[in-house]
Design a protein around this ligand. Structure first.
Ligand SMILES: [Zn+2]
Length: 323
């Protein structure tokens, strides 16, 4: 249908050029006996609306556990709905030309972006990504591979295994990491929040005290000294502060930042917090100091990056510019 319209359109343009030249230039030619004088049918054929070219684009159809899909949806007037393996994920509008007028931006509301996190314990296999908008729908088959992260068998001492997270702690952390805000606050690559040596990567699978391998390391650790600065990896807004005295038994003193478009980050086991809730922070700004509060074997920084509440490998945001 689109091709047919395109051909008609191109033919139309050619005919309209013939028409112009027939009238203005080639008037002396005896070859042209019936000049084209009307363009009305061509205008009718030009009604190609954005509604007819909706697309779903995925950065890659193959990902590993702990990665995420970068999904672009173009040609929509309304926010499309997106699912990965039956779970719905939010789409955020991208306004490409920030200098456009209000009216033109309103008319350009056609490109949406979504991050689909691949949870670290997702069973390797074939899954699908499905997008819908009105009568339109598109399904893409995707493959999830094992990230082959090692398994760490941890034995907690009696005193440590008897420390439990409080309900308040779990509520605040869980809801804050699921923050979905429309304004994207970061630009380009993230910067590591600590200059110390990295001590434990994201995704190492864990078994506690001989139990099943049902959890994993949800962030990246830095072997930083007590009191070392912890800085914001990119611009953001403080969405939550947690303190040991308020029941943060496991996470310890904690800062959670919102970066927009479903991207959040967490900083745990701090000895000191330098920011307050709802404060805006800039990349490189000090937000706290390294400590070993909560369940922690010694001073270190635990840094987690979450997409729609699911932890993903923070290295992806440091090594790639994700805009
Ligand atoms: Zn950690």
């Amino acid at each position: 249908m689109y091709m047919k319209k395109l051909v008609t359109f191109i033919t139309g343009i050619f005919m309209s050029f013939q028409s112009i030249f027939a009238n203005d230039v080639v008037t002396t030619s005896t070859e042209i006996k019936t000049p084209v004088t009307t363009q009305a049918p061509i205008e009718n054929e030009l009604v190609i609306t954005a509604e007819e070219i909706k697309t779903l684009k995925i950065d890659s159809n193959t990902k590993k556990q702990g990665d995420f899909f970068y999904v672009t949806l173009s040609g929509f007037k309304e926010t499309p709905t997106l699912w990965f393996n039956t779970t719905e994920y939010p789409c955020f509008e991208i306004i490409e030309n920030q200098t456009s007028t209000v009216e033109s931006v309103r008319n350009q509301k056609q490109i949406f972006r979504a991050f689909i996190p691949v949870e670290n314990m997702t069973k390797p296999g074939i899954y699908s990504i499905l997008a819908k908008s009105g009568d339109w729908e598109k399904k893409e088959s995707v493959t999830i591979l094992d990230n082959n992260k090692p398994i760490s068998r941890i034995t907690l001492s009696d005193s440590k295994s008897q420390i439990y997270a409080t309900e308040k702690e779990l509520d605040i952390v869980g809801s804050s990491l699921k923050t979905l805000s429309n304004k994207k606050l970061w630009n380009g690559k993230f910067v590591y929040p600590s200059s110390a040596r990295k001590s434990s990567p994201f995704g190492v699978k864990r078994s506690y005290n001989g139990g099943p391998v049902d959890s994993y390391h949800k962030g990246l650790d830095f072997a930083a000294n007590q009191g070392a600065p912890v800085t914001a990896p990119c611009d953001g807004k403080v969405v939550a502060i947690g303190k040991v005295e308020d029941g943060f038994n496991v996470h310890g003193n904690t800062v959670i930042l919102d970066h927009g478009h479903g991207v959040t980050s967490i900083y745990m086991h701090l000895s000191k917090i330098n920011v307050t809730k709802a404060q805006d922070v800039k990349v490189g700004e000090k937000i706290g100091e390294v400590g070993h509060t909560g369940i922690s074997s010694g001073p270190h920084l635990h840094w987690g990056v979450y997409l729609s509440g699911i932890s993903t490998d923070p290295e992806q945001f440091v090594k790639n510019s994700i805009d």
